[in-house]
Ligand binder design. Structure first.
Ligand SMILES: C[S@@+](CC[C@H](N)C(=O)[O-])C[C@H]1O[C@@H](n2cnc3c(N)ncnc32)[C@H](O)[C@@H]1O
Length: 268
């Protein structure tokens, strides 16, 4: 029998535990990927950059900033950045990694807390970004509902997530050796064993991380509906995929299947 949470995809009761886990994993996680990996440099950052466009001279709020890798990139491209995360351990790493000359202000921010989002003011940002964090966010409604007030007129909300169809706890990658023109060739694929019912299930973001973390997997309809209910409309969308099949972190990603979904939304 589906629970209220599994119907709505909102899991507020798990937010405190999710925060504890992120604090426990932050240093290990940042040691592994803080300097960038091919998910970030080939898929995520180029797609986010294309959807955001020019940020020089603009104000940007980066929600769920982690150790601040994307916030620093925005500042290097000329933006003045406010970056928030609910993990104090990640914020400490972010401050350590950020040169004093870069205009990035880090602050504690629980993106499931409507009051904390309201405290960021009204109409202060040309853009809000959320990089690979909405599938880690226990509730979507407070953040999406806050976006219209946070943005200046004409502003945009740009986010990317693990692809809800192809990269969740209910998708399973495989690779098989097949003969193509008599040559051994790796063929990679994904099987999908669940999609429609939102789930909160623990899994590994990085193989071997100290604690498994919560993934809040929701179908596309619920993800976009969170924006539509807030009066947002989709103005851009990308599904970046790897150009070649290689063993990436023990995983083969087919060139035809995008691990990441990147979206730009604006106020109607
Ligand atoms: C996969 S990490 C991505 C971090 C960063 N955006 C990046 O791309 O490197 C997900 C981030 O979401 C943050 N997060 C999860 N739930 C949050 C919440 N309720 N409020 C604020 N941050 C949250 C975690 O602490 C973590 O830093």
């Amino acid at each position: 029998m589906p629970t209220e949470a599994t119907r709505s995809g909102e899991f507020p009761a798990l937010n405190a535990e999710a925060r504890r886990i992120w604090d426990a994993n932050a240093a290990w996680w940042d040691d592994r990927i803080g300097d960038g990996n091919d998910f970030q440099t080939v898929l995520i950052e180029p797609a986010m950059g294309r959807l955001l466009g020019d940020v020089a001279g603009q104000t940007v709020l980066d929600v769920g900033c982690g150790a601040g890798r994307f916030a620093r990139q925005l500042a290097e491209r000329g933006a003045t950045v406010t970056a928030g995360d609910f993990s104090t351990a990640f914020l400490a790493r972010a401050r350590e990694r950020t040169p004093a000359a870069l205009p990035v202000t880090y602050q504690p921010l629980d993106a499931t807390d409507p009051a904390a989002l309201r405290a960021l003011g009204t109409g202060g940002f040309d853009a809000v970004t959320a990089v690979m964090m909405l599938m880690d966010l226990a509730t979507l409604a407070p953040l999406f509902q806050a976006i219209p007030a946070l943005l200046k007129p004409g502003g945009r909300f740009v986010f990317c997530v693990s692809h809800p169809c192809f990269h969740t706890v209910n998708t399973h990658r495989f690779v098989e050796d097949i003969l193509v023109d008599g040559r051994c060739t790796a063929r990679a694929g994904v099987t999908v064993t669940g999609y429609l019912t939102p789930t909160a299930v623990r899994g590994e973001g990085i193989v071997g991380q100290p604690e498994t973390q919560y993934y809040f997997d929701r179908p596309l309809s619920l993800l976009f509906d969170a924006g539509f209910r807030a009066g947002l409309t989709v103005t851009g969308l990308e599904e970046p995929a790897f150009p070649t099949v290689e063993n990436r972190w023990r995983l083969h990603w087919p060139t035809e299947i995008p691990p990441v979904l990147a979206v730009r939304m604006g106020v109607k």
